[in-house]
Design a protein around this ligand. Sequence first.
Ligand SMILES: NC(=O)c1ccc[n+]([C@@H]2O[C@H](COP(=O)([O-])OP(=O)(O)OC[C@H]3O[C@@H](n4cnc5c(N)ncnc54)[C@H](OP(=O)(O)O)[C@@H]3O)[C@@H](O)[C@H]2O)c1
Length: 304
Amino acid sequence: MKNILITGGTGLIGMELSKKLKSKGYSVAHLSRRANKQATFPAYKWDINAQTIEEEAVEWADAIIHLAGASLVDKRWSDAYKKVMIDSRTKSLALLHKYIKLRSRPLKTLVSASAIGYYGEGGNQWLDERSPPQPGDFKSDCCVLWEDAAKALKPDVSRLAILRVGIVLSTKGGALEKMALSFKARVGSYFGDGSAYSPWIHIDDMCRMFIHAVEEDHVEGIYNGVAPKPVTNKEFIETIPNALGVKALIVPTPTIAIKLAMGEMSTVVLHSVRVSAQKILDTGFVFEHGELLGALEDIFKNKR
Ligand SMILES: NC(=O)c1ccc[n+]([C@@H]2O[C@H](COP(=O)([O-])OP(=O)(O)OC[C@H]3O[C@@H](n4cnc5c(N)ncnc54)[C@H](OP(=O)(O)O)[C@@H]3O)[C@@H](O)[C@H]2O)c1
C-alpha cells in the first residue's frame, strides 16, 4: 500500500497526517474543493454538489482517508448550515462511492473520521463504541448519518474503519488554539461548573491512529479517537497555564451565557463525553501522549 488519498486533507488533521505519511514513505494526494496540483500534496478537485471528482485521483489511491466536513463551530447552526455540515460529510462519501465503483481494481481500505459528538450528553458515565447515540442532539444525528454513509461503501471496500475523533490538541487550529488565546492576558475560563468531561487527543497521536488504521488489517469497525484519560473541563482549563508555565486567573463562564452566545452550538462545549480508548488500545495502538499535562507541554513547547 503506497498511495493515500485524503479528503479534507488541507485541514488541521489532514495536513499533519499528510506530513507524517510522507515521512513514512507514502505518496499523498488530497481531494479538495480547489484543485492545486503544484502543492506539496497535490490537490484534486471534487464537487460534492455536482457529484464529480477528477477521476484519476480515486483510481490512483490504495487507501482513502475521509476527513472532509464543514466546521461545526465556525458558524451558527441555521437549518441551511446544518444541511451543509451533514452533506459535506455524507454526500461526499456517496460521491466517493460512485467513483470507487468505477475503479479498475477494488479499494482495499477506507478510514473515515466521525466524532465523539456521536454520544450526545453522557454525564459521568464511561462511554464506549457500543454506547448509543442520542437522537435529537444535532451533532449526534450528524455523526449517525456520517457513519451510516461510510458503512454504505462497505460492499465495495475490503476494509472500513471509522475513528470517532475527540478534541484534537494543536496550536494551529481547533478548540485549544481558541482556549489558549485568553491565557495571553493571563485569564482562562471553564464552562458552567466545569464538571463536563472533555475527551482530548494530541494531534500527533490522532494522526498516528489514522496511520495505524490504514496499516493494520485487523483494525476494522468503529474506534474512539481519544486519549485514555479524559478530564473535566475545569481540569482541562486549569492545566493550560501549568503547561505554559504561567499563572492565570481562572473563572467560570455561566452556562446561560454560553447558551445565549452560541445557541444550539453550545452543546459542543457543554456536553460531557467521558470516552474510553480501550478498544483502540486493544488493537496494539500505543499513545505517545497519554497524560494531559505532558501533551499540552509538548504542544506549546514544540508549536505542534
Ligand atoms: N479537530 C478536531 O478537534 C475534531 C474533533 C472532532 C471531529 N473532527 C472531524 O475530523 C475531520 C477533520 O478535522 P479537522 O480539524 O482537520 O477539520 P478542518 O481543519 O476544518 O478541515 C476539514 C476540511 O474539510 C474540507 N471542507 C470544509 N468545508 C467543506 C464543505 N462544505 N464541503 C466539503 N469539504 C469541506 C476542507 O478542505 P478543502 O477546503 O480542501 O475542500 C477542510 O480543510 C472533520 O470532519 C471534523 O469534523 C475534528
